[in-house]
Design a protein around this ligand. Structure first.
Ligand SMILES: [Zn+2]
Length: 58
């Protein structure tokens, strides 16, 4: 795993009053596969939250 970004492909650059997220200089930007996996994971979590909400609403 990359020591700069811990495999996230982004690093927090907080050398100033504003914090920026910058692409990791070692790993480069996220690949399309990684972005797609991220998207699917987010959707999955959203569905989980929705199912939980439905259960609690009844
Ligand atoms: Zn990296």
């Amino acid at each position: 795993m990359c020591n700069f970004c811990n495999g996230t492909h982004v690093m927090k650059d907080d050398n100033g009053p504003l914090a920026f997220f910058v692409t990791c200089p070692v790993c480069g930007p996220k690949s399309a596969e990684v972005l797609e996996a991220d998207r699917k994971e987010r959707l999955r979590r959203l569905e989980e939250a929705r199912a939980k909400f439905k259960k609690e609403a009844v």
